[in-house]
Design a protein around this ligand. Structure first.
Ligand SMILES: *Cc1c(COP(=O)(O)O)cnc(C)c1O
Length: 373
């Protein structure tokens, strides 16, 4: 059994994907090219935001957004304590200060009360100006943007939606990557919409921001890439990856539907034995991960090893809270209580989840989890 079955996906769609890749090779437009332009149009249309600017990966996408806003030294950026390293890394890359905020145990997303407290703490104690909330759509479920928007408006903060794991998710029919002032995603192979290498995208409804983002991603270009008007990056989406993504978009919604069926199956079977992930009313998850909570580290280790002995792969996302990462040791003048994150890191376990999981596999996983509890 595969944790995320990319081989099966490729085998099923091999003909179309191979043809799309061959077309790029024979056209020879390896940088930029028509596939990238076409993909940006299709992604913007899918999400319902005016501009999509593709780039090299999801980490660059976040960094580009912060650069476009001019975020830097002296600025505080609020980041959930329970997320992949990139969400906080980019804050330090641009010289700003990350303030880690606790998450909810039910949705794994940023906790609104903790966010309010962190903002007050920065205002009262630090020589920092609160600037941005990086709201992460963890494991596929959008964060609570209604509440986050209220707080952002009250405190004059920008929202950066990190939807690396959330692409394909929705709130009341509105798509992920449309909730931030700028939103980003990643096309890393294991993400909901993955390519066959690295890739990323930035979304904005603002024309000026779109121009800035396009400049920053190509060496701070002005009229062209040999006219350089600011310090930027080299962060392009590979044309071959764009061609793969265009093909994958045709069956993306179906895959997410299948993930939702698998998640419903897991939840039904496991609900009375372990803590299952909760999806808020009106929210739709793209199930980048299906993550359960066990009693403690000992029980988790037992279940992991038991499943492994039966050939079932699992993963611990994430082992360590952001505020405990060595890289941030000397970069946190403001600390807040992140006890939910600390508890989750000790008890979380992600089960196999993808659009090609068969019912007998789901049954095998659930039986084994219950057996080794
Ligand atoms: C994967 C991920 C990223 C970074 O994406 P890359 O394409 O690997 O750079 C950022 N944020 C979150 C929440 C992620 O899961």
């Amino acid at each position: 059994m595969e944790f995320r079955d990319l081989k099966k996906q490729y085998q099923l769609h091999k003909e179309a994907i191979d043809a799309a890749v061959a077309k790029v090779l024979s056209q020879g437009d390896f940088i930029g090219g028509s596939a990238v332009a076409k993909l940006e149009e299709k992604l913007a249309d899918y999400v319902g935001v005016k501009h999509c600017i593709t780039c090299a990966n999801g980490t660059d996408a976040l960094q580009l957004a912060l650069m476009a806003w001019g975020v830097g030294p002296g600025d505080a950026v609020f980041v959930p304590d329970f997320t992949f390293f990139s969400s906080g890394e980019v804050v330090s890359t641009v010289g700003a200060t990350p303030v880690f905020v606790d998450v909810e145990k039910e949705s794994f997303n940023i906790d609104i009360q903790s966010l309010k407290e962190a903002i007050e703490k920065v205002k009262n104690t630090a020589d920092l100006i609160p600037k941005v909330i990086i709201a992460v759509d963890l494991f596929g479920q959008p964060a609570d943007y209604k509440a986050i928007r209220e707080i952002a408006d009250e405190n004059n903060l920008l929202i950066l939606e990190d939807s690396a794991q959330g692409f394909g998710g929705k709130i009341d029919g509105r798509k992920a990557c449309s909730f931030g002032d700028i939103s980003t995603t990643s096309f890393f192979p294991a993400k909901p919409l993955g390519c066959y290498g690295d890739g990323g995208a930035v979304f904005t409804g603002d024309d000026n921001e779109a121009v800035l983002l396009r400049s920053f991603k190509v060496h701070g270009k002005g009229a062209d890439k040999y006219d350089n008007i600011r310090i930027g990056m080299n962060s392009r989406l590979d044309t071959l990856q764009a061609a793969v993504l265009l093909e994958k978009m045709d069956f993306f919604d179906k895959e997410i539907e299948n993930c939702n069926k698998a998640a419903a199956f897991y939840s039904r079977e496991l609900e009375q034995y372990v803590t299952i992930p909760k999806v808020r009313e009106g929210f739709y998850s793209s199930w980048a991960q299906y993550t359960i909570l066990l009693k403690d580290e000992i029980q988790r280790k037992r279940v992991m090893e038991g499943l492994k002995s039966k050939g079932i792969p699992t993963a611990v996302y994430y082992q360590k809270p952001m505020h405990m990462q060595k890289a941030f040791e000397d970069k946190q003048p403001v600390k807040t209580d992140c006890s939910n994150t600390e508890a989750i890191c000790k008890s979380c376990l992600s089960l196999p989840m993808h659009g090609y999981l068969e019912e007998k596999d789901m049954q095998t996983v659930c039986k084994a989890v219950i057996e080794f509890l």
